[in-house]
Write a protein that binds this ligand. Structure first.
Ligand SMILES: N[C@@H](CCC(=O)N[C@@H](CS)C(=O)NCC(=O)O)C(=O)O
Length: 243
């Protein structure tokens, strides 16, 4: 199977959770919007798919995965689909629902990370909502990040030797946890430094994922876009509560 990923070409964003799964599995995929226009890529290719009127299952927003004739959107849903196909989730149903539950919770955290710099409107510039963003980010780093990471740390601690979020092998949830830790460290370095001792297992999981051979190769490649201030995890010094 050759997969096609449709996502914004210049940010990690939510697409990165899908890219990490495809990369770790060594799957064949095309990051369509990152191809040149001449090769049928660019943002235009993604917009055409979003605006296509003939689709039975249209997507509301990217990321979107094309697998043969199937089109799947919603990040956690894409990973629910890919997990068994890429051998990135245990086989039994209970574990798959647990993985999906954790992934949905990760996506809740991701949405709140986005709202920390865009608390009023996604359609308005950060500069237009700076005052509210300062309050929102202050609460995000002081109460919401500890609540989410504390929950993930406990889930990890309760799973056997505490090396994987689900089951006994690396799953797409581990890859997503890596991305969350990396993203929060990028966006809020001071706040994360101040509290990092509270999440030792998540920190160790992040490092183990980064060392997985295909992930390490991906992170060192040009395919891995750098974090930036157009994505979800953005660094604005004035929002980093722990400074
Ligand atoms: N819950 C969806 C959210 C999708 C989403 O918000 N995508 C962003 C990019 S990360 C987007 O382009 N949204 C356009 C919009 O909401 O109008 C998911 O997890 O995939």
């Amino acid at each position: 199977m050759r997969y096609e990923l449709y996502y914004w070409p210049s940010i990690q964003g939510r697409g990165e959770f899908v890219r990490l799964a495809l990369e770790d599995a060594g799957a064949q995929y095309t990051d369509v919007a990152r191809l040149s226009k001449r090769d049928g890529g660019g943002t235009q290719a993604m917009m055409q798919l979003l605006e296509a009127t003939e689709l039975a299952h249209p997507a509301f927003a990217p990321p979107i995965l094309k697998a043969g004739s199937q089109l799947i959107a919603q990040t956690a849903n894409i990973l629910l689909f890919l997990g068994p196909r890429l051998d990135l989730v245990p086989k039994n149903e209970a574990a798959r629902f647990w993985a999906h539950q954790l992934q949905l919770t990760i996506m809740d955290l991701v949405a709140e990370a986005h709202d920390s710099h865009h608390p009023i409107a996604a359609s308005r510039y950060f500069e237009e909502q700076k005052t509210e963003a300062r309050r929102r980010a202050g609460d995000f780093t002081a109460t919401r990040v500890p609540k989410f990471l504390g929950y993930f740390e406990r889930a990890l601690a309760r799973n056997g030797a505490g090396r994987h979020m689900v089951g006994r092998a690396c799953s797409y949830v581990d890859l997503s946890m890596f991305q969350v830790v990396a993203g929060l460290r990028y966006a809020f370095p001071a706040a994360m430094l101040r509290t990092q001792a509270e999440y030792p297992r998540l920190a160790a999981l992040h490092d183990r994922v980064a060392e997985r051979p295909r992930i390490a190769a991906y992170l060192a490649s040009k395919r891995r876009l750098p974090f930036n201030e157009q994505g979800i995890f953005r660094h604005y010094a004035e929002l980093d509560e722990g400074r």
